[in-house]
Design a protein around this ligand. Sequence first.
Ligand SMILES: *[C@@H]1O[C@H](CO)[C@@H](O)[C@H](O)[C@H]1NC(C)=O
Ligand SMILES: *[C@@H]1O[C@H](CO)[C@@H](O)[C@H](O)[C@H]1NC(C)=O
Ligand SMILES: [Zn+2]
Length: 627
Amino acid sequence: MPRGQEPLLSQHRPSSDRSDDRSMEEEDALLTGQKQEPRKQGWAFWREIGLFAWAVIATALVIILAVLYQHQQQTSSPQPSGGDWKNGRPTGKRNLIFMVSDGMGPTSLSLTRSFRQTVTGLPIDDVLVLDQHLIGSSRTRSSSSLITDSAAGATAFSCGQKSYNGAISVLPNRDPCGTVLEAAKRAGYLTGLVVTTRMTDATPACFAAHVNTRGEEDKIAEQEVGEHPLGRVLDLMLGGGRCHFLPNTTDGSCRDDDVDVVGLAKKKGFNYVSDRKGFDGLNFGTGVKLPLLGLFADTDIPYEVDRRNMDDVYPSLDEMARTALTALHDATEDSDKGFFLMVEGSRIDHAGHGNDPVAQVHEVLAYDKAFSSVLDFLKRDDVEGVLVGTSDHETGGLAAARQLHDAYPEYHWFPSVLANASHSAENLAYQLRDHIAGKHISPLDTGIRTPPRSPDSSDSHSPSSSSDSKELKQYIRNLLSTGLGISDATEKEITRLADTSDPWPASYLFADMISRRAQVGWTTHGHSAVDVNIYASDPGQAKPLRGNHENTEIGQFMAEYLDLDGELKAVTKELKEGADAGAGWMGRGLDDEKVGNRGDHYEGDFKKRGLMDCGCVGGTGVEGHVH
Ligand SMILES: *[C@@H]1O[C@H](CO)[C@@H](O)[C@H](O)[C@H]1NC(C)=O
Ligand SMILES: *[C@@H]1O[C@H](CO)[C@@H](O)[C@H](O)[C@H]1NC(C)=O
Ligand SMILES: [Zn+2]
């Protein structure tokens, strides 16, 4: 600004000091109730009186309008087309879709959002669909620990009550608790589960089964098809985990006994599909005949980053979710009750356990896509409905930053490192294992279609022939370059991967290599206690879940939305009678000490067990752990 112009402003500024003083005097007088000296009469005086009166009236109007608005907000939620509403709840026909992003914490969102912006060149205000539907956060502790597992987490959703880690819709006193899905079924709703892990894993199990410990997956499979005190409560299941439904006399079984659960399911009326061809026959739902059991993998459906290369073998989460929505919609067309559907992005959690940021961002994107499809469905459908989504807990203690050296770190992490990777650490570990076992599959010939064992145990090294370690190292270099986009592997890293006696499974080593290069941090191969996000299709419909809540309130909201109080009491009573009648349908008993709250007892573990000397997280890393 030219110097000469500066004074202009001050010259023309009115001398406001006087008027400020005056209004302060007036305010004082109002507050103290003391009479003000009349200073001047005439037009100016009356003008001020008039302005003052106007200000008082305007303020009063604003307050009245605000009170009216708030009252209206409290007594009625937005009423989308079609529904009858009372006390913030619809009273007519309605659907509830509950989505679980297993193991997805707030950092998973930051990581995925930045990853997508970077690799697709989107602007910094580009966000995920999830980001646009955030309404609150959930506290996740269980009755037995500040850090929950998925079983206690899902019991909070299904029963609306806290229980111990490992509990499948069973309370700390080992009484079974009726679930929102069972109560919905009793009330006349149709019900469904869609997952990418085993159908017998903790999250889906908690909606339609009751066992004392989550490991009882054989029992869970039986209950899910209707060997259950309430009979069949599920109309539709789509996911993985076929192995617990097949008798131990069959290839691909992981049952301890020779019970044919698929056979049982068929006897109870289920239609069964078990492969991509069968899935395609469902025609995205219009070809579905309920009840339907669809199991498309022995155990887990591969991570999305790998699955997209095997699209001819496995359906995606989004495809399964859309199929379920259409099938349940069509089947309830002529009913006065809608449906309850649970859709889980199950393997965000597994990517967290594996500390694999590549697998994780693609799992979150796949979940975001399915979330978006559910929103589209609700928008299209003329039946009232709500989508509520949340996580049971965070996994991995993920951090969108990592200090790699002594020097104070620069503020960066590198999504492009993740973008250069085309495979999960789990998949590369399968390939390495098979190569070492002499199958000599060339890198990235993804001939490994079905992971033979769980991701946690399957990828420990098997003995290698020491003769061709040079060939092995070259194979590993190729694998790293083509599978992870890593061309700067150190000799030490290659040697560890080639060393079959390394205490860490190869998948952990691959994941650690990519995490360090991207400067992404992890604090554990297990879960963490951080609050997780709550999402909804419409913040008005899910109003009680706005803000910070206990995870049990999410379960309570679902029961209230569907008005299931009476049914919940009835099914809980019947389940309890079933439990009292014995016959062990809830699986093995459980010691009290396993159920109790272990609380805050530091026992000097640090001194007793020492640390891994690699400076990275994890114990020996290979013991089977609980998701
Ligand atoms: C299969 O299950 C039956 C019990 O149902 C058991 O007797 C048998 O040993 C099992 N076979 C195998 C190979 O595990
Ligand atoms: C990604 O891969 C390309 C091609 O191999 C390479 O030029 C680039 O440096 C890689 N980027 C990162 C971040 O590793
Ligand atoms: Zn987990």
